[in-house]
Design a protein around this ligand. Structure first.
Ligand SMILES: Cc1cc2nc3c(=O)[nH]c(=O)nc-3n(C[C@H](O)[C@H](O)[C@H](O)COP(=O)(O)OP(=O)(O)OC[C@H]3O[C@@H](n4cnc5c(N)ncnc54)[C@H](O)[C@@H]3O)c2cc1C
Length: 430
């Protein structure tokens, strides 16, 4: 099926006109697409839900979507095999019906499973790794059209490379996930003082299952988000939760963002005003309905992983730089905490981690702010989130990833013709 179509990502930072946009409905069909591309010397990229900010998907050749390759395949106790095109929100509901849940999630659930896992998507909580640590096995179609299954015990090298592989090893078709019995979470949002929050960081991280905070530029205010398992009956949070969501994430925040875009000099006052509105709210319900928030306000984003031990120094330097440079900025800075893992291209590879994310409202200039922030992240041995904007080149990335060469050796073995490469991947892989 050939369509003249323009593909665009959520943030509007990537766009392409693929020659063919295909929606396979079986693994055999995916294998045929790859074999045909090999014969005809074409390139192939696979898109998830387009929620990455970088130009990972762009191609003028063949683009595949697994939107029609979705759903649960098999359940064995707490191990669930899922088609890779399944959307996280849909999966949450399916797992709930099975009495199961994912142990952790990020702050949206609209991504496809393979898309989210392939960039190292993470949530927060020092006991939890990136989502890819929940994988026990995956199956992919490599760049030769072969169907390969890999796990910790079978084709282990391929597995460690494929767990976070930004579509460069093959088209992931099936994923076996380690789930846990379903659970309820109580989520508390509350305002706190920046310095006090920093001084109690270890305590907050150790005493709570999921802890994160947003720092509001040009203020001494943070909003803490704390979630813990609860037995309480589900309760959606009432007016304060609604107000918080509206102020921070949606309607009113969108309006304020538009004011910032049109009159940039107002953005600092808007950051202060938003910080004033942060109140306390609670919500408790089943976990898959707690993690995700609806994002109506579009933005661009850079997020870096830094070693946990550098976090306090790094965020203080960021705060100081913002105050010194007076960027026209009203978006809060998100700080999260993630457990070390052993996945070759995971930003959390072999280190207890903190993630710091900086955002800019869509349509407002972000280059100078992001560049200055990136310089700070680099000083602290930062590794960028694979789905978010960054300017590192292949040499800088190689220096940050001990398993960089091992990853590329598997990549070349799986894709000898460079079928899955595009300009962006060439630029970061070298
Ligand atoms: C509003 C918003 C909130 C976000 N919140 C978080 C968050 O809380 N935590 C976090 O870590 N990140 C977050 N992200 C980033 C997001 O989770 C990642 O960028 C994720 O990769 C997007 O998933 P997707 O399905 O849209 O994949 P896409 O962006 O479409 O694709 C991502 C990569 O996966 C590859 N891919 C997709 N499907 C396959 C497949 N079947 N086989 C092989 N490769 C494949 C693509 O080729 C591409 O390289 C957020 C992004 C946005 C826009």
């Amino acid at each position: 099926m050939d369509n003249a179509i323009t593909w665009t990502n959520w943030a509007g930072t990537a766009e392409c006109q693929p020659h063919s946009f295909l929606y396979p409905t079986s693994e055999e069909e995916i294998q045929e697409i790859i074999k045909d591309a090999v014969r005809n010397n074409k390139k192939v990229r696979v898109a998830g839900k387009g929620h990455s900010f970088t130009k990972l998907i762009e191609t003028n050749s063949i683009l595949i979507s697994l939107d029609k390759w979705s759903g649960v395949i098999e359940v064995e106790g707490e191990i669930v095999e899922v088609r890779a095109g399944t959307n996280l929100k849909y999966l949450g509901g399916q797992l709930y019906n099975l009495g199961l849940a994912m142990e952790n999630l990020g702050d949206i659930d609209v991504q496809s499973l393979a898309g989210a896992f392939s960039t190292g998507t993470h949530g927060t909580g020092i006991e939890f790794g990136t989502l890819s640590t929940q994988l026990v096995e995956l199956t992919l179609v490599n760049g030769k059209g072969e169907l390969i299954t890999c796990s910790e015990t079978q084709n282990r090298e391929i597995f460690k490379a494929a767990q976070i592989s930004i579509g460069a090893i093959g088209v992931i078709t099936r994923m076996k996930l380690r789930c846990i019995p379903k659970y309820k979470l109580e989520l508390i949002n509350k305002k706190a003082d920046f310095k006090e929050c920093l001084s109690k960081l270890n305590q907050y991280n150790q005493e709570n299952r999921n802890f994160e905070f947003y720092y509001f530029p040009y203020t001494e205010t943070v909003q803490m988000k704390i979630a813990n398992v609860t037995d309480k009956n589900p309760k959606k949070g009432g007016i304060m939760k609604y107000l918080n969501d509206m102020v921070l994430e949606n309607g009113i925040f969108k309006l304020m963002s538009e004011v910032s875009r049109i009159i940039p000099s107002k953005s600092k006052s808007i950051s202060k005003l938003v910080a004033l509105f942060v109140g306390e709210s609670k919500k408790n319900t089943w976990s898959h309905e707690v993690y995700a928030t609806t994002r109506l306000v579009r933005f661009t984003e850079m997020e870096y992983n830094i070693p946990r031990e550098h976090f306090e120094k790094c965020i203080l330097e960021i705060k100081q730089k913002i105050e010194e440079m007076q960027y026209e900025l009203h978006f809060p800075i998100e700080c999260r905490f993630v457990k070390a893992d052993d996945i070759w291209l995971s930003p959390a590879y072999q280190r207890e981690s903190a993630y710091i994310a900086v955002h800019m409202y869509k349509g407002m200039p972000f280059e100078e702010y992001f560049k200055d922030m990136e310089d700070i992240f680099k000083k602290y041995d930062g590794r960028p989130h694979w789905g978010k904007l960054h300017k590192l080149n292949s040499q800088e990335l190689k220096a940050r990833y001990p398993k960089w060469d091992a990853f590329h050796s598997v990549r070349k073995q799986m894709d000898p013709q460079g079928l899955f490469m595009n300009d962006y991947l060439n630029s970061i892989f070298g």
